[in-house]
Structure formats: structure tokens, C-alpha cells
Ligand binder design. Structure first.
Ligand code: HEM
Length: 149
């Protein structure tokens, strides 16, 4: 009788240990990366494409997009956002200073494009928190993109 309950305790103990080990091996869910909250590659690419297409037609910004292949900028900007927002990409394009220097972009043009991006993020149903996180990441680029003087 004593032997049997000892065996039962041992078996129960083993089961508990196995259960504990299984619980411990479950990955702990971390915070959702910004890139995912922005809709991932497909979502970001769509929002970027819509914003650039608008910018190429809007009288406030269109002059810079004359003769520019929107798809190439869309791809590059999507990759840049993926890299910035924890999506695991490596940005392979030009620096912001170099890719915009010949365009002589004014602050008002920069602000207009950011406004279009904000509106397209809203239209895509992106949460305000994720939208503002992205815009905060892009804001410091203004000094490289806008032409001095
Ligand atoms: C936060 C704001 C901006 C970001 C993050 C951004 C990002 C980029 C990126 C990643 C590229 C591609 C560079 C490459 O592939 O080497 C690019 C190119 C370009 N951007 Fe911007 N940009 C911004 C603002 C603007 C503004 C305000 C304008 C004009 C109103 C503009 C017009 C262009 C044009 C026309 C190109 C293509 C240049 C070329 O191919 O010669 N961008 N931008």
C-alpha cells in the first residue's frame, strides 16, 4: 500500500514537472511591432502608394514628381518604414539628403506630403497610436529633406 502511493506520488510529480516544463517553454508574447500595427508590408505599401500618387497630382507637391517612377519610390519608402518600424528590413536606398537634394523641397511641400500620409493612414483604419509613432519617426528627416535657405 505504501509502495503504491509512493509510486503514485512519483508519477504525479513527474506529470507536474512535465506540465511545468511545457508552460515554461511557451514563448512569452511581446509587444506587437509597429510595422505589424501599420498593416505589414502589404498595408504599408498600399498607404505609401496612395500617398505618393496623391502627391504626384496635388498642386502643392506635384512638381517634384515630374518624370518620377512612383513604384520605385513606393518600394524604397516601404522598405525604409519597414526598417524603421521593426519590420526586420534593411533599407538599401539612398540617404534622405542625397535623394532629395536636387529637388529643393520647401518646408510647406514636406508638410503637405506628411498631411497626405496622415490622411491615408487614417483612411486605412490605422490606429492613432501607430500612426503617430510612425510620424514621429519620420519627422526628424525633415532637416535632411527640406532644402536649407
Ligand atoms: C518624411 C518624408 C519623406 C520620406 C521618409 C521620404 C523618403 C523617400 C525615399 C525612401 C526615397 C527613395 C530613395 C532611394 O530609393 O534611393 C525618396 C525619393 C523621393 N522623394 Fe521622398 N521622402 C519624404 C519626403 C518627400 C517630399 C516632401 C517630397 C516632395 C514633395 C519627396 C519627393 C521624392 C521624390 C520625387 C523622390 C524620387 C527621387 C529620384 O528618384 O530622383 N519626398 N523619398
Amino acid at each position: 500500500m505504501f509502495k503504491r502511493s509512493l509510486r503514485l506520488t512519483a508519477v504525479l510529480g513527474l506529470c507536474l514537472l512535465t506540465a511545468c516544463a511545457q508552460i515554461q517553454s511557451q514563448p512569452v508574447p511581446g509587444p506587437i511591432p509597429l510595422f505589424e500595427r501599420l498593416g505589414g508590408s502589404a498595408g504599408v505599401s498600399k498607404v505609401v502608394g496612395l500617398s505618393l500618387t496623391r502627391a504626384a497630382q496635388d498642386p502643392r507637391t506635384q512638381r517634384s514628381f515630374d518624370g518620377i517612377k512612383i513604384e520605385a519610390v513606393q518600394k524604397s519608402l516601404t522598405q525604409q518604414i519597414c526598417a524603421l518600424a521593426g519590420g526586420g528590413c534593411v533599407y538599401e536606398g539612398e540617404t534622405m539628403a542625397r535623394s532629395h537634394q536636387d529637388l529643393k523641397i520647401a518646408a510647406s511641400e514636406f508638410d503637405a506630403l506628411v498631411e497626405m500620409l496622415r490622411q491615408e493612414l487614417d483612411r486605412a483604419g490605422i490606429a492613432a497610436g501607430a500612426k503617430n509613432e510612425l510620424l514621429r519617426l519620420l519627422a526628424p528627416m525633415k532637416r535632411d529633406i527640406v532644402a536649407a535657405g
